[in-house]
Design a protein around this ligand. Structure first.
Ligand code: HEM
Length: 412
Protein backbone atom coordinates (compact mmCIF):
# COMPACT_ATOMS: atom_id res chain seq x y z
CA UNK A 1 0.00 0.00 0.00
CA UNK A 2 1.45 3.41 -0.96
CA UNK A 3 1.39 6.23 1.57
CA UNK A 4 -0.62 8.45 -0.80
CA UNK A 5 -3.42 5.82 -0.78
CA UNK A 6 -6.48 7.86 0.42
CA UNK A 7 -7.36 5.07 2.87
CA UNK A 8 -4.27 5.97 4.90
CA UNK A 9 -3.90 9.05 7.16
CA UNK A 10 -0.54 9.72 5.47
CA UNK A 11 -2.44 10.72 2.33
CA UNK A 12 -4.01 14.22 2.14
CA UNK A 13 -7.05 12.57 0.49
CA UNK A 14 -7.78 10.72 3.75
CA UNK A 15 -8.72 14.00 5.51
CA UNK A 16 -12.13 15.16 4.35
CA UNK A 17 -13.33 17.87 6.72
CA UNK A 18 -14.13 21.05 4.78
CA UNK A 19 -13.36 23.15 7.88
CA UNK A 20 -9.60 22.72 7.76
CA UNK A 21 -7.60 25.50 6.18
CA UNK A 22 -5.25 28.33 7.03
CA UNK A 23 -8.05 30.67 8.20
CA UNK A 24 -9.47 28.22 10.75
CA UNK A 25 -5.96 27.28 12.04
CA UNK A 26 -4.97 30.95 12.18
CA UNK A 27 -7.93 32.15 14.25
CA UNK A 28 -7.21 29.44 16.83
CA UNK A 29 -3.46 30.12 16.59
CA UNK A 30 -3.90 33.82 17.35
CA UNK A 31 -6.02 33.02 20.42
CA UNK A 32 -3.27 30.65 21.59
CA UNK A 33 -0.60 33.27 20.90
CA UNK A 34 -2.13 35.61 23.44
CA UNK A 35 -3.34 32.93 25.89
CA UNK A 36 -0.15 30.86 26.05
CA UNK A 37 2.02 33.96 26.45
CA UNK A 38 -0.07 34.93 29.49
CA UNK A 39 0.20 31.34 30.78
CA UNK A 40 3.99 31.37 30.43
CA UNK A 41 4.41 34.71 32.18
CA UNK A 42 2.03 33.87 35.07
CA UNK A 43 3.76 30.47 35.41
CA UNK A 44 7.20 32.06 35.74
CA UNK A 45 5.76 34.58 38.18
CA UNK A 46 4.38 31.76 40.31
CA UNK A 47 7.82 30.19 40.51
CA UNK A 48 9.32 33.53 41.59
CA UNK A 49 6.60 33.83 44.26
CA UNK A 50 8.08 30.79 46.04
CA UNK A 51 11.34 32.72 46.58
CA UNK A 52 13.33 29.70 45.34
CA UNK A 53 16.58 31.69 45.37
CA UNK A 54 16.19 32.37 49.09
CA UNK A 55 16.72 28.92 50.58
CA UNK A 56 16.91 25.32 49.35
CA UNK A 57 13.75 24.41 51.35
CA UNK A 58 11.69 26.70 49.09
CA UNK A 59 13.12 25.40 45.85
CA UNK A 60 11.22 22.59 44.21
CA UNK A 61 13.49 22.70 41.13
CA UNK A 62 17.01 22.91 42.58
CA UNK A 63 18.78 22.34 39.23
CA UNK A 64 17.14 25.31 37.56
CA UNK A 65 20.56 26.78 36.60
CA UNK A 66 20.30 29.78 34.30
CA UNK A 67 16.52 29.31 33.99
CA UNK A 68 16.27 31.15 37.30
CA UNK A 69 17.87 34.28 35.80
CA UNK A 70 14.73 36.38 36.21
CA UNK A 71 13.96 35.67 39.89
CA UNK A 72 13.16 38.67 42.08
CA UNK A 73 12.01 39.38 45.62
CA UNK A 74 8.31 38.58 45.64
CA UNK A 75 6.42 41.68 46.88
CA UNK A 76 3.75 41.76 49.59
CA UNK A 77 1.61 44.33 47.74
CA UNK A 78 -1.12 44.12 46.68
CA UNK A 79 -2.11 41.34 49.09
CA UNK A 80 -4.23 39.68 46.36
CA UNK A 81 -1.34 39.53 43.87
CA UNK A 82 -0.83 35.74 43.96
CA UNK A 83 -4.57 35.21 44.03
CA UNK A 84 -4.75 37.05 40.73
CA UNK A 85 -1.67 35.64 38.96
CA UNK A 86 -2.23 32.02 39.94
CA UNK A 87 -6.02 32.13 39.53
CA UNK A 88 -5.39 33.45 36.03
CA UNK A 89 -2.76 30.80 35.30
CA UNK A 90 -4.92 27.83 36.29
CA UNK A 91 -8.23 29.15 34.92
CA UNK A 92 -6.72 30.20 31.61
CA UNK A 93 -4.88 26.87 31.30
CA UNK A 94 -8.18 25.01 31.66
CA UNK A 95 -10.13 27.38 29.41
CA UNK A 96 -7.58 27.05 26.58
CA UNK A 97 -7.87 23.25 26.40
CA UNK A 98 -10.64 23.25 23.75
CA UNK A 99 -8.70 25.82 21.71
CA UNK A 100 -5.53 23.73 21.84
CA UNK A 101 -7.39 20.55 20.87
CA UNK A 102 -9.17 22.32 18.00
CA UNK A 103 -5.86 23.78 16.80
CA UNK A 104 -4.24 20.34 16.82
CA UNK A 105 -7.26 18.87 15.03
CA UNK A 106 -6.99 21.57 12.36
CA UNK A 107 -3.39 20.67 11.52
CA UNK A 108 -3.43 16.94 12.16
CA UNK A 109 -2.99 16.02 8.46
CA UNK A 110 0.41 17.74 8.55
CA UNK A 111 1.55 15.56 11.42
CA UNK A 112 1.04 12.42 9.34
CA UNK A 113 2.90 13.51 6.23
CA UNK A 114 5.53 11.12 4.89
CA UNK A 115 8.46 10.86 4.44
CA UNK A 116 9.11 12.15 7.98
CA UNK A 117 12.02 14.27 6.74
CA UNK A 118 12.85 15.34 3.21
CA UNK A 119 15.98 17.32 4.09
CA UNK A 120 17.97 18.45 7.11
CA UNK A 121 15.92 21.67 7.31
CA UNK A 122 12.69 19.69 7.13
CA UNK A 123 13.93 17.27 9.81
CA UNK A 124 14.71 20.20 12.14
CA UNK A 125 11.27 21.67 11.49
CA UNK A 126 9.60 18.34 12.33
CA UNK A 127 11.61 18.05 15.53
CA UNK A 128 10.53 21.56 16.56
CA UNK A 129 6.91 20.56 15.84
CA UNK A 130 7.39 17.46 17.99
CA UNK A 131 8.57 19.69 20.85
CA UNK A 132 5.68 22.09 20.22
CA UNK A 133 2.91 19.50 20.10
CA UNK A 134 4.47 17.13 22.67
CA UNK A 135 5.44 20.04 24.94
CA UNK A 136 1.97 21.56 24.71
CA UNK A 137 0.20 18.30 25.51
CA UNK A 138 2.64 17.60 28.34
CA UNK A 139 2.19 21.03 29.98
CA UNK A 140 -1.58 20.97 29.78
CA UNK A 141 -1.79 17.35 31.00
CA UNK A 142 0.55 17.77 33.99
CA UNK A 143 -1.20 21.03 34.96
CA UNK A 144 -4.67 19.50 34.86
CA UNK A 145 -3.62 16.36 36.73
CA UNK A 146 -2.00 18.46 39.42
CA UNK A 147 -5.05 20.61 40.11
CA UNK A 148 -7.32 17.57 39.96
CA UNK A 149 -5.15 15.95 42.68
CA UNK A 150 -4.73 12.88 40.58
CA UNK A 151 -1.10 13.31 39.75
CA UNK A 152 0.33 10.17 38.17
CA UNK A 153 3.59 11.26 36.54
CA UNK A 154 6.89 9.91 37.91
CA UNK A 155 8.79 12.63 39.74
CA UNK A 156 7.70 15.88 41.30
CA UNK A 157 5.24 18.09 39.43
CA UNK A 158 7.28 21.25 39.90
CA UNK A 159 10.46 20.43 37.92
CA UNK A 160 8.49 18.57 35.24
CA UNK A 161 6.10 21.47 34.66
CA UNK A 162 8.87 24.09 34.96
CA UNK A 163 11.39 22.50 32.55
CA UNK A 164 8.56 21.40 30.26
CA UNK A 165 7.38 25.02 30.07
CA UNK A 166 10.76 26.24 28.83
CA UNK A 167 11.02 23.52 26.16
CA UNK A 168 7.43 24.10 25.05
CA UNK A 169 7.69 27.89 25.05
CA UNK A 170 10.94 27.88 23.05
CA UNK A 171 9.24 25.75 20.36
CA UNK A 172 6.11 27.93 20.65
CA UNK A 173 8.09 31.15 20.10
CA UNK A 174 9.81 29.72 17.02
CA UNK A 175 6.47 28.54 15.62
CA UNK A 176 4.73 31.83 16.40
CA UNK A 177 7.54 33.84 14.81
CA UNK A 178 7.23 31.77 11.62
CA UNK A 179 3.44 31.64 11.47
CA UNK A 180 2.15 34.96 12.85
CA UNK A 181 2.56 36.84 9.53
CA UNK A 182 0.69 34.04 7.70
CA UNK A 183 -1.97 33.93 10.42
CA UNK A 184 -2.58 37.69 10.30
CA UNK A 185 -2.75 37.66 6.49
CA UNK A 186 -5.12 34.69 6.53
CA UNK A 187 -7.46 36.27 9.07
CA UNK A 188 -7.51 39.64 7.32
CA UNK A 189 -7.85 38.18 3.84
CA UNK A 190 -10.32 35.47 4.90
CA UNK A 191 -8.40 32.82 2.95
CA UNK A 192 -10.82 30.10 3.93
CA UNK A 193 -10.03 27.08 1.80
CA UNK A 194 -6.30 27.53 1.43
CA UNK A 195 -3.52 25.91 3.37
CA UNK A 196 -1.56 22.71 3.49
CA UNK A 197 -4.06 21.12 5.86
CA UNK A 198 -7.07 21.97 3.69
CA UNK A 199 -8.72 18.84 2.28
CA UNK A 200 -8.11 18.37 -1.47
CA UNK A 201 -11.47 16.56 -1.81
CA UNK A 202 -13.63 17.88 1.07
CA UNK A 203 -16.90 16.30 2.17
CA UNK A 204 -20.00 18.57 2.15
CA UNK A 205 -20.04 20.74 5.30
CA UNK A 206 -22.27 19.84 8.26
CA UNK A 207 -21.31 22.99 10.17
CA UNK A 208 -19.84 26.32 9.09
CA UNK A 209 -16.34 27.36 10.14
CA UNK A 210 -17.90 30.11 12.21
CA UNK A 211 -20.22 27.52 13.83
CA UNK A 212 -17.22 25.32 14.65
CA UNK A 213 -15.46 28.29 16.29
CA UNK A 214 -18.58 29.02 18.34
CA UNK A 215 -18.55 25.38 19.43
CA UNK A 216 -14.91 25.68 20.60
CA UNK A 217 -15.68 29.02 22.29
CA UNK A 218 -18.73 27.49 23.97
CA UNK A 219 -16.64 24.62 25.35
CA UNK A 220 -14.12 27.14 26.72
CA UNK A 221 -16.93 29.19 28.27
CA UNK A 222 -18.34 26.07 29.94
CA UNK A 223 -14.92 25.31 31.43
CA UNK A 224 -14.63 28.93 32.56
CA UNK A 225 -17.90 28.95 34.49
CA UNK A 226 -17.18 25.58 36.10
CA UNK A 227 -13.67 26.61 37.22
CA UNK A 228 -13.35 30.36 37.84
CA UNK A 229 -15.57 30.33 40.96
CA UNK A 230 -12.73 28.68 42.92
CA UNK A 231 -10.72 31.90 42.72
CA UNK A 232 -13.55 34.44 42.63
CA UNK A 233 -15.40 33.05 45.66
CA UNK A 234 -18.78 34.14 47.02
CA UNK A 235 -21.79 32.36 45.55
CA UNK A 236 -19.74 31.55 42.45
CA UNK A 237 -17.68 29.08 44.48
CA UNK A 238 -20.61 26.69 44.17
CA UNK A 239 -20.28 26.74 40.37
CA UNK A 240 -16.66 25.53 40.53
CA UNK A 241 -17.67 21.94 39.75
CA UNK A 242 -14.32 21.14 38.13
CA UNK A 243 -12.27 22.35 41.09
CA UNK A 244 -12.02 19.55 43.65
CA UNK A 245 -10.35 21.65 46.36
CA UNK A 246 -11.48 25.20 45.91
CA UNK A 247 -15.13 24.35 45.35
CA UNK A 248 -15.63 21.82 48.17
CA UNK A 249 -17.86 22.86 51.06
CA UNK A 250 -15.48 24.05 53.80
CA UNK A 251 -18.16 24.06 56.51
CA UNK A 252 -19.49 27.11 58.31
CA UNK A 253 -18.36 29.43 61.12
CA UNK A 254 -15.24 31.57 61.47
CA UNK A 255 -12.98 28.68 60.41
CA UNK A 256 -15.25 27.71 57.50
CA UNK A 257 -12.98 28.46 54.56
CA UNK A 258 -10.81 26.32 52.26
CA UNK A 259 -7.82 24.27 53.37
CA UNK A 260 -5.47 22.03 51.43
CA UNK A 261 -3.94 19.89 54.21
CA UNK A 262 -6.00 18.72 57.17
CA UNK A 263 -4.37 18.25 60.58
CA UNK A 264 -5.08 14.52 60.28
CA UNK A 265 -3.32 14.34 56.90
CA UNK A 266 -0.32 16.28 58.22
CA UNK A 267 -0.05 13.83 61.14
CA UNK A 268 -0.72 16.39 63.89
CA UNK A 269 -1.39 14.79 67.27
CA UNK A 270 -3.56 16.96 69.57
CA UNK A 271 -1.27 15.93 72.47
CA UNK A 272 1.53 17.98 70.86
CA UNK A 273 -0.55 21.11 70.40
CA UNK A 274 -2.07 21.48 73.91
CA UNK A 275 -1.13 24.35 76.26
CA UNK A 276 1.27 22.18 78.29
CA UNK A 277 3.08 20.51 75.41
CA UNK A 278 3.40 23.14 72.68
CA UNK A 279 6.10 25.81 72.68
CA UNK A 280 7.21 28.16 69.94
CA UNK A 281 11.00 28.28 69.78
CA UNK A 282 12.28 31.55 68.29
CA UNK A 283 16.00 31.94 67.59
CA UNK A 284 17.78 35.06 66.42
CA UNK A 285 20.94 37.16 66.60
CA UNK A 286 23.92 35.27 68.05
CA UNK A 287 21.72 32.25 68.76
CA UNK A 288 19.51 34.18 71.21
CA UNK A 289 16.48 31.94 71.83
CA UNK A 290 13.09 32.40 73.48
CA UNK A 291 10.47 29.73 74.12
CA UNK A 292 6.87 30.90 74.21
CA UNK A 293 3.65 29.14 75.15
CA UNK A 294 0.45 30.09 73.37
CA UNK A 295 -0.68 32.07 76.42
CA UNK A 296 2.56 34.04 76.39
CA UNK A 297 2.10 34.74 72.67
CA UNK A 298 -1.41 36.04 73.39
CA UNK A 299 0.07 38.48 75.93
CA UNK A 300 2.32 40.06 73.27
CA UNK A 301 0.85 42.98 71.24
CA UNK A 302 -1.85 41.52 68.98
CA UNK A 303 -2.48 42.88 65.47
CA UNK A 304 -5.08 42.15 62.81
CA UNK A 305 -4.83 41.87 59.04
CA UNK A 306 -7.38 41.01 56.34
CA UNK A 307 -5.59 38.62 53.99
CA UNK A 308 -6.57 35.86 51.55
CA UNK A 309 -5.12 32.36 51.16
CA UNK A 310 -4.15 31.68 47.55
CA UNK A 311 -3.05 28.21 46.49
CA UNK A 312 -0.78 27.19 43.61
CA UNK A 313 -3.67 24.97 42.47
CA UNK A 314 -5.55 28.13 41.51
CA UNK A 315 -8.16 28.26 44.28
CA UNK A 316 -8.19 31.08 46.78
CA UNK A 317 -10.28 32.50 49.58
CA UNK A 318 -11.64 35.99 50.12
CA UNK A 319 -9.88 38.03 52.81
CA UNK A 320 -10.06 36.51 56.29
CA UNK A 321 -9.50 38.45 59.50
CA UNK A 322 -6.31 37.10 61.05
CA UNK A 323 -5.11 38.11 64.49
CA UNK A 324 -1.79 37.41 66.15
CA UNK A 325 1.77 38.59 66.66
CA UNK A 326 3.66 40.48 63.96
CA UNK A 327 6.58 38.52 62.51
CA UNK A 328 8.77 41.62 62.88
CA UNK A 329 7.88 41.83 66.60
CA UNK A 330 9.06 38.22 67.01
CA UNK A 331 12.30 39.16 65.20
CA UNK A 332 12.71 42.07 67.64
CA UNK A 333 12.36 39.68 70.60
CA UNK A 334 15.51 37.84 69.50
CA UNK A 335 17.72 40.81 68.74
CA UNK A 336 16.55 42.15 65.37
CA UNK A 337 14.95 45.49 66.22
CA UNK A 338 14.36 47.79 63.26
CA UNK A 339 15.35 45.92 60.12
CA UNK A 340 14.16 42.31 60.40
CA UNK A 341 16.06 39.64 58.43
CA UNK A 342 14.82 36.51 56.59
CA UNK A 343 13.24 33.72 58.62
CA UNK A 344 13.10 29.94 58.40
CA UNK A 345 9.76 28.62 59.68
CA UNK A 346 9.37 24.97 60.71
CA UNK A 347 6.16 23.06 61.37
CA UNK A 348 5.40 20.03 63.48
CA UNK A 349 3.64 18.46 60.49
CA UNK A 350 4.88 14.98 59.59
CA UNK A 351 3.39 14.48 56.14
CA UNK A 352 3.01 16.71 53.13
CA UNK A 353 5.32 19.13 51.35
CA UNK A 354 6.63 22.38 52.82
CA UNK A 355 7.19 21.26 56.40
CA UNK A 356 9.78 24.05 56.36
CA UNK A 357 9.60 27.32 54.43
CA UNK A 358 11.73 30.45 54.26
CA UNK A 359 10.38 34.00 54.07
CA UNK A 360 12.32 36.97 52.82
CA UNK A 361 13.09 40.07 54.89
CA UNK A 362 10.53 42.17 52.98
CA UNK A 363 7.83 39.64 53.92
CA UNK A 364 8.88 39.61 57.59
CA UNK A 365 8.92 43.42 57.67
CA UNK A 366 5.37 43.88 56.36
CA UNK A 367 3.16 44.93 59.32
CA UNK A 368 0.40 42.60 58.05
CA UNK A 369 2.64 39.50 58.24
CA UNK A 370 1.54 37.64 61.32
CA UNK A 371 2.04 34.55 63.37
CA UNK A 372 -1.73 34.18 63.58
CA UNK A 373 -3.41 32.68 66.64
CA UNK A 374 -6.98 33.51 65.67
CA UNK A 375 -9.06 33.92 62.55
CA UNK A 376 -12.35 35.76 62.11
CA UNK A 377 -12.59 36.30 65.86
CA UNK A 378 -12.02 32.71 66.98
CA UNK A 379 -9.05 30.47 67.76
CA UNK A 380 -7.59 28.76 64.71
CA UNK A 381 -9.13 25.34 64.12
CA UNK A 382 -6.74 22.35 64.01
CA UNK A 383 -7.06 22.24 60.21
CA UNK A 384 -6.14 25.91 59.90
CA UNK A 385 -2.95 25.39 61.91
CA UNK A 386 -3.76 25.60 65.65
CA UNK A 387 -1.90 26.60 67.84
CA UNK A 388 -0.23 29.13 65.49
CA UNK A 389 0.32 29.68 61.79
CA UNK A 390 2.04 32.13 59.53
CA UNK A 391 0.06 34.44 57.24
CA UNK A 392 1.87 36.75 54.81
CA UNK A 393 0.30 39.06 52.21
CA UNK A 394 0.54 37.83 48.59
CA UNK A 395 2.58 34.70 49.45
CA UNK A 396 1.62 31.33 47.89
CA UNK A 397 -0.51 29.27 50.30
CA UNK A 398 2.17 26.72 51.21
CA UNK A 399 4.55 29.41 52.45
CA UNK A 400 1.96 30.26 55.14
CA UNK A 401 3.21 27.46 57.39
CA UNK A 402 0.65 25.89 59.74
CA UNK A 403 1.30 24.26 63.16
CA UNK A 404 4.48 26.35 63.56
CA UNK A 405 7.03 25.03 66.07
CA UNK A 406 10.22 26.95 65.34
CA UNK A 407 11.26 30.23 63.75
CA UNK A 408 14.90 31.03 63.07
CA UNK A 409 15.62 34.66 62.12
CA UNK A 410 18.83 35.63 60.34
CA UNK A 411 20.30 35.81 56.84
CA UNK A 412 19.61 32.46 55.18
C1 HEM B 1 0.11 25.19 21.51
C2 HEM B 1 0.41 25.91 20.49
C3 HEM B 1 0.45 25.44 19.06
C4 HEM B 1 0.57 24.19 18.54
C5 HEM B 1 0.66 22.87 19.30
C6 HEM B 1 0.57 24.31 17.10
C7 HEM B 1 0.73 23.27 16.21
C8 HEM B 1 0.80 23.41 14.83
C9 HEM B 1 1.15 22.38 13.91
C10 HEM B 1 1.52 20.96 14.30
C11 HEM B 1 1.07 22.90 12.65
C12 HEM B 1 1.32 22.16 11.34
C13 HEM B 1 2.74 22.27 10.89
C14 HEM B 1 3.05 23.51 10.09
O1 HEM B 1 2.24 23.95 9.24
O2 HEM B 1 4.16 24.04 10.28
C15 HEM B 1 0.68 24.27 12.77
C16 HEM B 1 0.45 25.13 11.71
C17 HEM B 1 0.14 26.46 11.83
N1 HEM B 1 0.07 27.17 13.01
FE1 HEM B 1 0.27 26.43 14.86
N2 HEM B 1 0.44 25.63 16.77
C18 HEM B 1 0.38 26.36 17.95
C19 HEM B 1 0.28 27.73 18.06
C20 HEM B 1 0.14 28.60 16.99
C21 HEM B 1 0.12 30.04 17.09
C22 HEM B 1 0.32 30.79 18.40
C23 HEM B 1 -0.10 30.53 15.83
C24 HEM B 1 -0.28 31.96 15.38
C25 HEM B 1 0.43 32.93 15.80
C26 HEM B 1 -0.17 29.41 14.94
C27 HEM B 1 -0.41 29.50 13.58
C28 HEM B 1 -0.26 28.47 12.68
C29 HEM B 1 -0.42 28.59 11.24
C30 HEM B 1 -0.78 29.87 10.48
C31 HEM B 1 -0.15 27.34 10.70
C32 HEM B 1 -0.16 26.97 9.25
C33 HEM B 1 -1.55 26.56 8.80
C34 HEM B 1 -1.58 26.22 7.32
O3 HEM B 1 -0.56 26.20 6.65
O4 HEM B 1 -2.69 25.97 6.86
N3 HEM B 1 -0.01 28.25 15.66
N4 HEM B 1 0.52 24.58 14.11
Amino acid sequence: MRHDDPRLPTSPGFWRSPLRGTWFTSVLGLVLLVGITVLFVTGLVSYAAYNPDLAPVNDQTPDKGILGFYLFSWPTNPSWLYRLTQGLHVTLGIVLIPVLLAKLWSVVPKLFTLPPARSLAHALERISLLLLVGGGLFEFTTGVLNVQLDYVFPGSFYPLHFYGAWVFFAAFLAHAALKTPTALRAVRGRRLDEGESAAPRPDPPTVSRRGALWFVGGASLLLLVTTAGQSIGGVLRRTALLAPHGGADPGSGPNGFQINKTAAYAGIDTKETGEEAWRLVVTGRGGRTVRLSRTQLLRLPQHSAALPIACVEGWSTADQWWRGVRLRDLAALVGYEGDPPDVLVESIQRHGAFRRAALRANQVADPRSLLALQVNGEDLSPDHGYPARVIVPAAPGVLNTKWVARMTFGDL
